[in-house]
Design a protein around this ligand. Structure first.
Ligand SMILES: [Zn+2]
Length: 104
């Protein structure tokens, strides 16, 4: 796959789109702003702050990045890229609430 560029991770604060629970995690810098699932209700969480950044060892499992995206938004990456961050957040929040509000 050619040259493997340095990979960075960040210490970030995430807030659940549905239950508003907050958590502080180390995650890959390019993890989707809205993606990893809430530990409490398993709805997507949003990265709301980044505190520090560090370079990861070269031997880190490359699949970790893919796993981090599993909870992300599906489809339309080109279209999504054209949306503003606020618009994407609004869409993701609405979708998350619709999907995870059942059974409450
Ligand atoms: Zn939650």
């Amino acid at each position: 796959m050619g040259v493997n560029p340095d990979t960075y991770e960040v210490r970030a604060r995430r807030r659940c789109l549905v239950c508003d629970g907050e958590d502080e995690v180390w995650e890959l810098e390019d993890t989707d702003q809205i993606g990893p699932l809430c530990r409490v209700c398993h709805a997507p969480s949003e990265r709301i702050a980044v505190f520090e950044r560090r370079r990861m060892p070269a031997a880190v499992n490359p699949h970790a990045a893919a796993l981090g995206r599993l909870g992300g938004l599906k489809g339309g990456p080109a279209r999504a890229a054209k949306l503003t961050a606020k618009r994407r957040r609004d869409i993701a929040r609405a979708a998350a609430r619709a999907r995870w509000s059942h059974g409450k």
